[in-house]
Design a protein around this ligand. Structure first.
Ligand code: C5P
Ligand code: MG
Length: 189
C-alpha cells in the first residue's frame, strides 16, 4: 500500500496533481474539500455547518473532517492506497490520520509539499474564480485561506519531517513538469 499526502497552500495545484497521480499509481483520491463542497451542494447537515467556515476561509472543526476521512477510508478497504488532498490541515489532524492508518495496519509514506510563491497563488486562484465559481475564490477569502495555511497547516511539515517523510517539490511550471517531479520521488523509493 502507498499512502501519500499532497500538501501545499491553496492554489498550489494539489487537486490537479492528485487526479493525475491517482490514475498513474492506482490510488484513491480523497479530497476533503471536494467532499465538503458536495455536502454543501446536497444540503446535508455537515454541509450546512461547513458552509459558514468555507465561505470565510476558516477550517471546518477537526471532529467533522476527521469523521469524514475515516468514513472515506473505510469505504475503500480494497484500495491500493490513498492520496490525501486537503487533509491534514493542522497537527491534530496529522496525529489523527497517523493513528487511523496505524489501526488499519498502514501509514503515510510521503508528504509531497508543493512550493509556490504567494503572488503566484493569488494569481492562480483569481483565475480559477472566473472558471470554477467557488464561493471562496475571492481576494478577501483567498488571503485568509493563505493566512490559515501559514498559521495552522505549515506545522504539519515538521510533523512528517521528523518521520523522514517530507518531500518538497517545486510547484512552478507546467502541470506535466510538476507531475514528473512527483512521479520521480515515488518511483525512486
Ligand atoms: O482543500 P480545499 O482548498 O478545497 O478546501 C477548501 C476549504 O474547505 C478550506 O478553505 C476550508 O474552509 C475547508 N476545508 C477544511 N478542512 C479540510 C479541507 C477543507 O476546513 N480538511
Ligand atoms: Mg483542492
Amino acid at each position: 500500500m502507498t499512502n501519500l499526502i499532497i500538501f501545499g497552500p491553496p492554489g498550489s495545484g494539489k487537486g490537479t496533481q492528485a487526479v493525475k497521480l491517482s490514475t498513474s499509481f492506482g490510488l484513491v483520491h480523497l479530497s476533503t474539500g471536494d467532499i465538503l463542497r458536495q455536502a454543501i451542494a446536497n444540503r446535508t447537515p455537515l454541509g450546512e455547518k461547513a458552509k459558514a467556515y468555507i465561505d470565510k476561509g476558516e477550517l471546518v472543526p477537526d471532529e467533522d473532517v476527521a469523521q469524514m476521512v475515516v468514513n472515506a477510508v473505510d469505504r475503500n478497504t480494497d484500495a491500493g492506497g490513498f492520496i490525501f488532498d486537503g487533509f491534514p490541515r493542522n497537527v491534530f489532524q496529522a496525529e489523527f490520520l497517523d493513528r487511523t492508518l496505524k489501526e488499519r495496519g498502514t501509514s503515510i509514506h510521503y508528504l509531497i509539499a508543493l512550493e509556490v510563491p504567494r503572488e503566484e497563488l493569488i494569481k492562480r486562484l483569481l483565475k480559477r474564480a472566473e472558471i470554477e465559481n467557488r464561493t471562496d475564490d475571492n481576494l478577501q477569502v483567498i488571503e485568509n485561506r493563505i493566512k490559515v495555511y501559514y498559521d495552522q497547516t505549515i506545522p504539519v511539515i515538521d510533523h512528517y519531517k521528523k518521520q523522514g517523510k517530507y518531500y518538497p517539490v517545486n510547484g512552478l511550471g507546467t502541470i506535466e513538469e510538476v507531475n514528473r517531479r512527483i512521479g520521480d520521488i515515488i518511483n525512486k523509493k
